[in-house]
Design a protein around this ligand. Structure first.
Ligand SMILES: [Zn+2]
Length: 331
């Protein structure tokens, strides 16, 4: 871990990061030091020092300092882990579009051939074969993608850079149902839902893109926002094609901008009803932010401990969910 962090900071020096994000120094402070206006607080006289040699910053105005990761934490309000993930995404080269398409095709091919994957989809209440095909759903059994793609002429480094394998050559996705995340037709990422005991959610270390399927959802004046792609899939299956998904309860600035790009839009937040209230807190916060951006927000209350997916999988019908939408409340 510490080694990876060191490598990350070498690959993207602090000064280079600041320049990419439009910071420019006003003068030299010392032999290795540059001074400019602090990006972390409002000031008119430069007090933000960057030591290019030590790869560190310090602001004499607000008293904050540290390394690149600390800077990302402070400037974007992210946790340590989120900051590292964001920097890795920033450094990830654009993968070859053909490589991702071939990967998606291989996953798709496996879906029907693996009884565990078929059983899992049934358990999650997803059965419409046309929809499964439309979403491009696939299955990563694990342990065979690397060999398959090597056979198609892709090199180790290419697969590693795309995040499809790790440094030992093992497939990144193993025993996961795969949703390709497309934007303007191009695959940007893969979301893999574990069907076993592994951590449930996994994306490749790169941007998750905008809202899922926004090209087909953005024109609706009423939009349902779900937390997960299985929620979206069962809602589409039940006829609620105006559903989109941010892949998680936390929206990126770009996703928030999409949701609020049309005045008068009404957004139904259909998040998990966790027993620990995390989902409810996230949707209330988001609803208030949307309202202040001029977008109407309604909070959909499902029966306790349900999300849209589990609600439908437990036998709810489209009419049941429509009633939940009718009863949805303003924050
Ligand atoms: Zn400062």
């Amino acid at each position: 871990m510490a080694e990876n962090l060191e490598r990350l900071k070498q690959r993207l020096p602090l000064l280079e990061y600041l320049r990419r994000h439009h910071w420019s120094p006003r003068r030299r402070g010392g032999r290795q030091e540059l001074v400019g206006l602090c990006p972390l607080h409002r000031e008119t006289r430069p007090s933000f020092y960057v030591n290019a040699h030590k790869n560190l910053f310090y602001c004499h105005g607000c008293g904050r300092g540290g390394d690149l990761i600390r800077f990302v934490e402070l400037s974007q309000g992210l946790s340590f882990r989120q900051s590292v993930a964001q920097l890795e995404r920033e450094l990830a080269p654009e993968p070859d579009a053909h490589l991702l398409e071939e990967t998606a095709a291989f996953y798709r091919w496996q879906l029907d051939r693996r009884p565990e994957a078929v059983a899992y989809l049934r358990q999650r209440g997803l059965q419409d074969p046309d929809l499964i095909e439309e979403l491009g759903l696939g299955y990563a059994a694990g342990g065979n993608l690397h060999r398959h793609l090597a056979g198609r002429g892709y090199g180790f480094d290419q697969l590693l850079e795309a995040g499809l394998i790790n440094g030992q050559g093992h497939d990144t996705f193993c025993r996961r149902v795969i949703f390709p995340c497309r934007q303007q037709g191009r695959i940007l990422n893969f979301y893999g839902r574990s069907i076993g005991a592994a951590f449930p959610h996994r994306l490749l270390p790169r941007s998750k893109g905008g809202l899922f399927a926004w090209e087909s959802v953005g024109h609706f004046s009423r939009v349902i926002l779900a937390e997960g792609l299985f929620d979206l899939a069962v809602l589409w299956q039940a006829g609620f094609r105006n559903t989109t998904c941010a892949i998680g309860a936390h929206l990126t600035p770009a996703q928030f901008a999409q949701l609020s790009d049309r005045p008068g839009r009404l957004v139904y937040l259909a998040f998990d009803q966790d027993p620990n209230q995390a989902g409810q807190q996230a949707d209330h916060q988001l609803a208030r932010r949307l309202e202040s951006a001029g977008v109407g927000a309604r909070i959909v209350a499902l029966p306790p401990e349900h999300d849209p997916n589990s609600y439908f999988a437990a036998g709810a019908t489209a009419a049941d969910f429509a009633r939940c939408l009718e009863k949805a409340e303003t924050p």
